[in-house]
Design a protein around this ligand. Structure first.
Ligand SMILES: [Zn+2]
Length: 168
């Protein structure tokens, strides 16, 4: 069996920035592996294309440039917003405006989006709507832990059942 469409793939991986020696972003080492159904759009396409055809125990090591991961950092996604819109009864709730904090927001069309508080003064708040990983080149190292066929209910639901997945 190899990694291909509709297989349930378990991998242990370490994600670092730029190169294998870059800053650690996250790692499954010492914990549960990442479990996903291959080829149904759950993962970054380049992540899947690098695993395609692998067998259990195969090691991997590859980079994905920011543009093909979470996108380039977009300066125009950093905007200044009047502080008044964060007010509730004329007052900004205690602790709401904290640099680095993610806040659920809405654009003019009513779409939900997450923004990060990047700064504020007495009148305005600077919000950064870039993905937290925007502009970061990703580097993955790891190995394929196990492989199995996805069962029909998993394919129907679009997620893994049992270990590493949904229990219902
Ligand atoms: Zn389900």
């Amino acid at each position: 069996m190899v990694v291909e469409v509709n297989k349930v793939v378990s991998v242990h991986y370490t994600l670092t920035e730029g190169t294998a020696e870059g800053n650690l972003v996250e790692s499954t080492k010492g914990g549960e592996p990442l479990v996903f159904i291959f080829g149904i759009g759950m993962m970054i396409p380049d992540f899947e294309s690098n695993l395609q055809g692998m067998k259990t125990g195969d090691q991997f090591s590859f980079g994905i440039p920011a543009a093909k991961a979470y996108g380039e950092y977009n300066k125009s996604a950093v905007v200044s917003i009047p502080k008044s819109i964060f007010e509730d009864n004329g007052k900004v709730p205690e602790g709401l405006l904290e640099i680095g904090r993610m806040l659920p927001m809405q654009d003019q069309e009513g779409n939900q989006l997450q923004g990060m508080v990047a700064g504020f003064d007495d009148t305005n708040v600077t919000m950064d709507f870039n993905h937290p990983m925007a502009g970061v080149d990703l580097f993955f190292t790891g190995h394929v832990e196990s492989l199995r066929d996805a069962d029909p209910s998993e394919l129907e639901h679009g997620h893994v059942h049992g270990a590493g997945g949904h229990h219902h």
